[in-house]
Design a protein around this ligand. Structure first.
Ligand code: MG
Length: 256
């Protein structure tokens, strides 16, 4: 697949979809508290999206190599779960947990993608720091996503920001183009060399999503076939925005 440049009309739809996605995720975030199940959060998101007349992008999405389609609207990953955690009635959030909420939205046939990690009640100082650094790493990547720069500049900016903290940067999962499909070219790794890779051209729409571990970068796939966990059981955070490449500063689409 080659990189798909979006038209003016498509960008307008992606802008609207991104705004709606950010609003839904904000509302779900507000629901996160001790005692709620990840299943309830998923149902809530599904209802909000349907109410707007849109579709949850991940529900029934079957990634290459998966045995069965993804069974929920949101990926909810708790503590040592990195990404793609499956909501479950028996999974009840506890004070001190950290929870990554990753949601894709299909609005008028075009996709946007966003993730945040939030604390449940009061969290430890080390978890606070992991969340802060991961969100700042995302912003560093976005700052580097200027028209005329290259994908490697984004990767390098994220890696350069995270390295001093000695966290593990997950390297087998990456950001991606998005819009017509939920996953498009190019891949956007969270580490790499500046000045390398495909050129960032105005009209490109990409999802940047650092996944940062408070320990080893290594992850293992759970027996459920979807959930990635840290190999050492330490916590992981994940933040993601869908952005539009312009002539200068990128535009964050998943914001309201
Ligand atoms: Mg994504």
């Amino acid at each position: 697949m080659s990189i798909i440049i979006k038209t003016k009309e498509e960008i307008e739809i992606l802008r609207k979809g991104g705004r709606r996605l950010a609003e839904v995720l904000y509302k779900v975030k507000e629901k996160v508290k001790p005692g709620i199940s990840t299943w309830e959060l998923d149902k809530y998101a599904f209802g909000l999206i349907k109410e707007m007349g849109d579709e949850p992008a991940f529900l029934n999405y079957k990634p290459e190599g998966a045995d069965f389609p993804y069974p929920a609207s949101i990926c909810i990953s708790v503590n040592d779960e990195v990404v793609h955690g499956i909501p479950d009635k028996g999974k009840i959030l506890k004070e001190g947990d950290i929870v990554s909420l990753d949601l894709g939205l299909k609005h008028k046939n075009l996709f946007t993608d966003m993730a945040v990690t939030v604390g449940v009640g009061k969290i430890s100082a080390s978890s606070e720091k992991l969340l802060r650094v991961t969100e700042q790493a995302l912003m560093a990547g976005i700052e580097a996503a200027q028209g005329g720069y290259k994908v490697g500049d984004i990767s390098h900016a994220i890696e350069g920001f995270v390295r001093p903290y000695r966290y593990g940067i997950v390297d087998i999962l990456s950001g991606h183009g998005v819009g017509k499909y939920i996953h498009e070219d190019p891949y956007i790794p969270n580490f790499g060399k500046a000045g390398t890779g495909p050129k960032l051209v105005p009209g490109m729409v990409i999802a940047i999503e650092p996944m940062i571990n408070n320990g080893t970068k290594n992850v293992v796939l759970d027996k459920d076939g979807y959930t990635f966990r840290t190999a050492d059981g330490k916590r992981s955070a994940h933040f993601e925005h869908t952005i539009l490449i312009t002539d200068g500063e990128p535009e964050i689409l998943t914001r309201f």
